[in-house]
Write a protein that binds this ligand. Structure first.
Ligand code: ZN
Length: 117
């Protein structure tokens, strides 16, 4: 079996794709850019607390899957400069915050008012 080394699918980027990101066809840098961008959009989408349940499940899956991919690539023995490591942690934080935000938005959904005592 031959291992095909593919390069990043981001326009103009010729960086080699790490094995853990083969499915995404992205280099680590563009993977993180992509995740951060998507998280930003999803966060905006969920902030109103009107995200349908099916979509919430989809977002949770996105967070779990991409967190896992990021963890795998970050611990796969690549020698990353400190600033890239910091960026990895920051991307984790973005994913964690999105997940948390989703729970909070769900809690904000009205369950009925006037529960007085
Ligand atoms: Zn790239």
């Amino acid at each position: 079996m031959t291992v095909m080394q593919s390069s990043c699918r981001a326009p103009g980027c010729k960086t080699e794709v790490p094995a853990a990101l083969e499915a995404e066809h992205l280099c680590l840098h563009h993977f993180m850019v992509n995740v951060e961008q998507s998280c930003h959009e999803m966060r905006r989408e969920t902030v109103l607390g009107r995200t349908p349940h099916a979509r919430q499940v989809e977002i949770m899956k996105y967070v779990a899957d991409h967190g896992e991919m990021l963890a795998r690539v970050a611990t796969s023995g690549l020698h990353l400069p400190d600033e890239v490591k910091a960026r990895v942690l920051n991307t984790f934080l973005t994913l964690m915050n999105l997940r948390e935000n989703l729970d909070r938005a769900a809690l904000r959904q009205p369950i009925g008012r006037g529960v007085s005592r």
